[in-house]
Ligand binder design. Structure first.
Ligand SMILES: CC(C)(COP(=O)(O)OP(=O)(O)OC[C@H]1O[C@@H](n2cnc3c(N)ncnc32)[C@H](O)[C@@H]1OP(=O)(O)O)[C@@H](O)C(=O)NCCC(=O)NCCS
Length: 161
């Protein structure tokens, strides 16, 4: 990771910069995605949400939302985005690692996400296919989970907190 970069917990004052990052990375269509049904109206979990800060500029961000999977506490990871100008320097992976570490200190049993298996696989996420049921359509091969305690064996309904 670049030496001038700091990974730190997200602050309320980062909000605009983070929303801009997400808007550029995912576009306005992101709000229609199934994952957003679980995020809708629920504040993200600030204890496991981090930014990459370069000289006061937010160039990467990862957020999580508290959800229930099979009735027990879990996290829905995302969005994760790194500014195009700072891509491929290990920042995305570093944010992901920090987020996972912070999640281990919570009561959550797993982290669930909808994302690219080649990116998330090396960080321990496995494809869960039909083991987790989302409240809307998802590309099943992109549905992944990282068990924090025990295993994820379903079918388990992912539900808003
Ligand atoms: C995905 C994203 C967060 C990666 O950030 P980054 O800082 O460029 O990633 P890193 O430099 O830490 O890359 C780590 C590795 O993952 C690979 N990688 C990056 N994005 C990937 C993707 N979408 N699929 C597969 N591999 C990916 C990199 O090539 C790199 O591989 P290497 O270690 O073998 O060189 C960034 O490209 C981004 O913001 N994309 C747009 C939003 C997005 O798709 N978010 C993720 C939702 S699934």
């Amino acid at each position: 990771m670049p030496p001038d970069l700091v990974l730190r917990p997200e602050l309320p004052s980062d909000d605009d910069a983070i929303e801009t990052l997400y808007e550029v990375a995912f576009g306005p269509g992101r709000f229609a995605r199934t994952a957003y049904r679980l995020r809708d109206g629920v504040p993200h979990d600030t204890g496991t949400s981090f930014v990459a800060d370069r000289n006061g500029l937010v160039i990467g961000a990862i957020r999580q939302t508290r959800v229930r999977v099979g009735g027990v506490p879990a996290f829905l990871l995302g969005p994760l985005a790194v500014a195009e100008t700072a891509a491929k320097q290990g920042i995305g992976r570093a944010l992901l690692t920090r987020c996972i570490e912070a999640s281990r200190d919570t009561e959550a049993v797993a982290i669930v996400l909808v994302g690219d298996p080649p990116f998330y696989g090396p960080s321990g996420f496995v494809q869960v296919w039909d083991e987790i049921l989302m409240p809307g359509p998802v590309e099943r091969h992109r549905l992944m989970a990282l068990p924090l305690k025990g295993t994820v064996a379903g079918p388990l309904l992912a539900d808003a907190w």
